[in-house]
Design a binder for this molecule. Sequence first.
Ligand code: AMP
Ligand code: MN
Ligand code: MN
Ligand code: MN
Length: 282
Amino acid sequence: MLDIDLHCHSNVSDGVLTPAQLINRAAQRGVVVLALTDHDDVAGLDEARLAALEKNITFINGVEISVSWRGRTIHILGLNIDPEYQPLFDGLLAIRTGRTQRAQNIAAELEKAGIAGSLEGAYAYVGERGLIGRTHFARFLVEKGYAKDMKSVFKKYLVKGKPGYTSHEWAALSEAIAWIIGSGGRAVIAHPARYNLGKNVLNDLLDEFSALGGSAIEVISASHTPQQMEIFAAHARNRGLLASCGSDFHGPGESFYDLGRLPELPTGCVPVWHDWNAFQNN
Ligand code: AMP
Ligand code: MN
Ligand code: MN
Ligand code: MN
């Protein structure tokens, strides 16, 4: 079984490691195919690809796009994208601009809850690209002792109904999928179990996703219990969707899963990589 990981983050978005450090860690752990999928940015791909070449890792250009769908936030992975495709590039830039504004709103909400200095505090964790998200606020809040770790900080803050939450309008599902497919990539619904969608809403999402040209769902994810992996494997099989696997690694000690060494795709799932040339060379 080849060790394949198609979902992880560098410090270009909210991961801890640089793209090159991430590749080194993947190599140490025996990963042979890796996609870097930073949130709403492709700026780490060149560095990661170069490092991967040195380590003999097959590198896949990826991105994780933040989408608003029926008032919820959904993450759509683009795999094998062309990062220079202009509509994708411009779309991601617009999302990042939105993130900057949103960060000010988050800081204002935290201020109301008596937590001062969070914007500067969060930016201290932001990488050179300036992409800011809730994870950076979470790290600041843990640093200041408002919560003991990343898991509990999200329970107490930054989620709906808690201090530091602000609603935000991301890209439309149709836009994200069009950017990905237009750039030659494949659209994948990231960690579908995490959205807690009821049966009907989930069916609507999968219908709409397929109708727009989306072709895969993440079956194996650190966000999924073994039971949820089976449930989404069944959805993939029943709907003729391809199946993907990824750790969603953000950094040592911060993620449920480290890079690679993921459970195998359940039987009957067609892997998202089944027709990739890069993969067949391995
Ligand atoms: P954002 O895109 O700025 O809304 O931030 C979303 C990111 O926050 C996710 O990609 C995770 O990295 C992190 N996150 C969200 N919920 C949790 C959680 N419960 N525990 C740890 N990290 C979380
Ligand atoms: Mn993240
Ligand atoms: Mn995600
Ligand atoms: Mn992710």
